[in-house]
Design a protein around this ligand. Structure first.
Ligand SMILES: [Zn+2]
Length: 148
């Protein structure tokens, strides 16, 4: 028997909402969607940090790539993180974190899988668990309380 219905690339993919931490299915090419659980806008864009970049929080359901000459100072909430440069802040990555040999991370990191090249500098508490599910971000939403 031949199964002919399978496509090579799925038209949708699954990401986790950066606000309510719940899973949403999105079109594979979408750059942002409205979460069907909390109805807030979720950014899916991939970010490349090439220079000094300091903000309070970076949240995307895509990937953040801190390049060799890049410094990111922020709390980071991503699906996937790659660091070749410097990162200062706490990281929650839904999937994987890859740390290059010249990279340095100062802050706590939670992720599902971690790869670290020899030479990388890590200073913080690491929690690596393939079953990792981030705690729901409920309390910080009390300012604009919606009862949706
Ligand atoms: Zn949501």
């Amino acid at each position: 028997m031949v199964v002919e219905q399978q496509r090579q690339t799925p038209a949708t993919r699954e990401v986790v909402c950066t606000h309510c931490e719940r899973k949403i299915e999105i079109p594979a090419t979408a750059m942002s969607v409205s979460c069907r659980h909390c109805h807030r806008r979720v950014i899916i864009e991939d970010l490349e940090i090439k220079t000094y970049h300091a903000v309070l929080r970076v949240a995307t359901a895509g990937k953040v790539d801190v390049q060799k000459k890049g410094t990111l100072v922020a709390d980071v909430r991503v699906n996937e993180l790659a660091v070749e440069g410097n990162l200062k802040g706490n990281v929650v990555a839904l999937d994987r974190v890859a740390v290059g040999k010249k990279a340095s991370i100062e802050g706590d990191v939670s992720c599902r899988t971690l790869t670290v090249e020899p030479g990388a500098k890590l200073n913080g508490h690491f929690r690596v668990d393939p079953e990792f599910v981030p705690p729901p971000a409920a309390s910080r939403e009390s300012a604009d309380d919606e009862t949706a």
